[in-house]
Ligand binder design. Structure first.
Ligand code: ZN
Length: 569
């Protein structure tokens, strides 16, 4: 079907289109060039006066796998009080709250205009579970990052300096799990905690007990391996010492440890704290120093991990941090170990910036990151869903970024002391619609190395969101007029019109067969399951799509794609 969107006001930053009136033509799930010779479309939607953007992309969230299920099971009291989409002829009944059921997750992203999402922390051992949940999550293209930063085999190879075997293992693991990139969570720190239950600051040059490798070496070597494998997205890093006052130095040292390799720093808000770890009253922002460092290093990208007021869950591969939160709050707490690979922790948390100065500073640090980064192309919008707040609250943050008066009115209700702990009150910048389109679509697509997403040029996936303009930006972005997924109208005025099952995105970097016996022997000695049962077969993956590994090895993380063509939009 040839489908035409007529006369919309298009914001397509990747193709340099900033609010120009254009038609968008779609066919076979792709954006196509306007046909010549007066060909009529099979369907035409008049979108004159509406704002047209590519579908939204969430590059770091937690929507699949056992940790998410643990969160669902332990918070029955949170299921009812959050917005849930209205029933339509095509929807199934699900539960909401900060961790919605699988298909409700898809519906709620779709009704907000998002069409792609990546889960940021899946152990290879539990990849099959994540794929089964993906297969039950409509309206989205999906992928996940695989945990490597405390993996025993990885730490052994790094200690022994066996780069070829490290590359082969990363490649084999990504192919076995059908994962998208190498994820590091609290490098070495989780393993140290497992062994000695440590709760002090993890130093970057302090070796992990029994393994003799430092967090610095883990980051450097996995970043180098990811570049040698030419992964479309760089290594994806959750630094040591998340949430601890004074952790900004750890964050900057971790950035330095890349030694020029590409690296993405996740939920950087939680890693931008100045102050004394033992004195919460000293807590303050260190955002501007880290922004300066990131701005001077084009190989580094970030997503923010902002904080919304209200109840949510912390859900992380950083089990020591979950224990830290448990000690602070006394809330019910779930933790689990995942054999040689990783751990996880889940704990309810409530952000109360109007009562807690620390929560207010966290809220402000996130906004500082969005507003101080001159180059929005290296910054993506995330709340580390559900850690900083549920994904469906992104429009609240969009409204704050676009309106400095709204920020000031909000700050006036927050505790005294905020102004001297952050620079937020002095920032006048207001995001434009073009810049919002960058941080919610174009930059996550570029950072993830997906040339077929985040823009409306010829050949792009036909994922399009059409908004009714409104000076109330929260309302505008909460309920788009139409959401098109792969060329099909998936949602209309917030109601799901069609269940559209998207693709599963993963990589196949390739490895030599002679690397396998070494991995297999180690595996049979250490795991509770057989090697032959570990890998996920392609037939177990819903609508598999391989994204090519062709990133420049040492080039900037965010090289512009060159096969887009603005003529279609
Ligand atoms: Zn996360």
């Amino acid at each position: 079907m040839l489908f035409k969107l007529s006369g919309g006001t298009v914001y397509d930053p990747e193709n340099g289109i900033d609010g120009q009136v254009r038609d968008v033509w779609m066919q076979g799930g792709k954006v196509v060039a306007e046909p010549t010779g007066g060909v009529r479309p099979d369907r035409e939607l008049d979108v004159r006066g509406y704002v047209v953007m590519p579908g939204g992309i969430d590059m770091h969230c937690h929507i699949a796998g056992p940790k998410v299920n643990a969160g669902r099971k332990m918070t029955p009291e949170m299921k009812r009080f959050d917005p849930i989409c209205r029933r339509t002829d095509v929807t199934r009944s699900g539960t909401a709250g900060p961790v919605p059921s699988t298909f409700t997750t898809g519906y709620m992203y779709s009704q907000m205009g998002y069409t792609t999402a990546f889960d940021a922390a899946i152990p290879g051992l539990l990849a099959r579970h994540a794929h089964e949940e993906f297969a039950d999550t409509p309206q989205l293209d999906k992928g996940f990052f695989v945990l490597f930063g405390n993996n025993h085999y990885v730490m052994d190879r790094i200690r022994e300096g066996e780069h070829e075997q490290l590359d082969a293992y990363c490649s084999w693991m990504l192919e076995s799990a059908k994962g998208y990139t190498v994820k590091i969570v609290n490098p070495g720190g989780v393993e140290s905690w497992k062994q000695i239950s440590r709760m002090s600051m993890q130093q970057l040059d302090e070796p992990v007990p029994s393994f003799g490798v430092t967090p610095r070496a883990i980051v450097r070597e996995l970043a180098a391996a990811s570049d040698r494998l030419k992964l479309p997205h760089s290594v994806h890093i959750h630094c040591n010492n998340l949430g601890i006052p004074g952790n900004w130095e750890t964050t900057q040292h971790t950035m330095e440890s890349l030694e020029g390799h590409r690296g993405h720093f996740a939920h950087v808000q939680f890693h931008s704290y100045d102050g004394d770890p033992n004195d919460p009253r000293s807590f303050r922002s260190a955002t501007s120093r880290l922004v300066d460092y990131v701005s001077a290093h084009p190989e580094i990208t970030v997503d923010v991990g902002h904080v919304n007021p209200g109840q949510t869950l912390s859900m992380t591969g950083d089990a020591p941090f979950s224990q830290h939160l448990f000690r602070l709050t006394g809330n019910k707490w779930f933790t689990a170990d995942c054999e040689q690979e990783s751990s996880c922790g889940v704990i309810p948390i409530e952000y109360r910036p109007e009562k807690s100065l620390i929560h207010a500073v966290q809220w402000a640090i996130a906004l500082e990151w969005y507003l101080l980064m001159d180059d929005p192309w290296r910054c993506a919008m995330t709340s580390d869903h559900p850690n900083g707040g549920a994904f469906y609250r992104y429009p609240e943050i969009i409204a704050l970024l676009m309106d400095r008066e709204l920020r000031r009115d909000t700050m006036a209700r927050l505790p005294h002391g905020l102004a001297e702990r952050t620079d937020l009150a002095d920032i006048d910048r207001e995001y434009t619609l073009f810049e919002i389109a960058v941080i919610t679509r174009a930059s996550p697509a570029r950072i993830l190395g997906m040339k077929h997403k985040g823009h409306l040029g010829v050949g792009a996936d036909a994922d399009v969101t059409i908004y009714t303009p409104n000076t109330d930006r929260r309302l505008m972005f909460e309920r788009p007029r139409w959401v098109i997924k792969g060329g099909t109208i998936a949602a209309e005025d917030g109601d799901i019109r069609e269940e559209v099952f998207g693709e599963t995105l993963f990589v196949e970097p390739g490895y030599e067969d002679e690397a396998l016996p070494g991995i297999k022997d180690w595996f049979e000695d250490h795991y509770t399951i057989r090697f032959r049962n570990y890998g996920v077969d392609e037939h177990e993956v819903a609508q598999p799509r391989v994204v090519p590994c062709d990133s420049p090895q040492d080039g900037p993380a965010v090289a512009s794609h060159d096969d887009g063509d603005a003529s279609g939009a």
